[in-house]
Write a protein that binds this ligand. Sequence first.
Ligand code: XIL
Length: 362
Amino acid sequence: MKAASALPVILGLPNCRSAISCDDPPAPAADEPLKVQASARGLLFGTAADRYLLESDSHYAETIASECSMITPENSMKWQSLQPTPDRYDFTHADWLLRFAEENGQQFHGHTLAWHYQMPDWFEENVDKSNAEASLLAHIETVVGRYAGRIRSWDVVNEAIEPEEGRDDRLRITPWFRRLGPDYIDLAYHAAAEADPDAYLVYNDYDIEYEGGYFEDRRRGVLDLLTGMVERGVPVHAFGIQSHLRGHHHPDFERLAAFLADVTDLGLDLMVTELDVRDHELPADPSERDCLVAATYQGYLDVVLDQPNLRSIAVWGMSDRYSWLQEFQPRDDGKPVRPLPLDAEMNRKPAWNAISNSLANA
Ligand code: XIL
């Protein structure tokens, strides 16, 4: 650790694992695209993307084609997008994105088949306890079946844990849960495996990375859920760690490492599925912010890359210009957020260098 003096002031703790001095942002370990550096470690490097950005910004499209070996649809494969009415599917944008990935030799990670959010408006009125199972199974059969052999992996169930609901099993009361109870989870995985027996099936969730009761509770919920699924023989192959990190938290991920070891003991793989670093509570100065964001990337990835069963690292967008956090977690001072590896002009940032360094250290 080099001259950490700038960090403790911000992070409040003197002892950070991979701190980077903010007077001296990291150089990258190599200049090759991240997909090349990841591939040297046997990993995929991916990003979220969608058609409207790739079509409207050719520089962004070229950058994603050269940097990434995997694409996750940011929105175009959610229920709202794929099934706009009860009996009509719209695959236009999903098909376009998959073709983009195929033309660029990229793998495709489907996202997502059962989630509580971004559901179509018709769902609440049209789906009740009597037809919910048929509706879930039909959607999964149609979508996974359509892309069988082309989409290699799927986030089947997304964000099923919410301890604040107060249930012993810490499950979230989702639209699916209200109609089908906890069984909706197993049903979804069995349906996906039936529609494409070769598909690699992931359970994806967030906020399991840090110390403290809130995160501990969420880890417990995820681990109990995965343990039950494995015991019941549910076809689940990996845990997707969304990895929406917080640049203002102390980057010590010891509890995370122990949790990942527990998941690994279940025989599951790991994927980093939606990595970005919130900077809304960091200082305004862009270079200081970039440096602190990079420190979080590196501290986190150093821990996750220690896991031998890690398959991929995906960021939730490559460029700050298009981060969902511009809207979802804006800064009070109105300055654009800088959570991703490339700045708004597609220049590599210290966060890009940090990913390169973590890959080199792995
Ligand atoms: C986000 C998208 O980035 C936004 O464009 C959309 O408005 C809301 O969803 N966890 C997930 C992702 O699993 O699907 C979310 O994506 C971010 C949080």
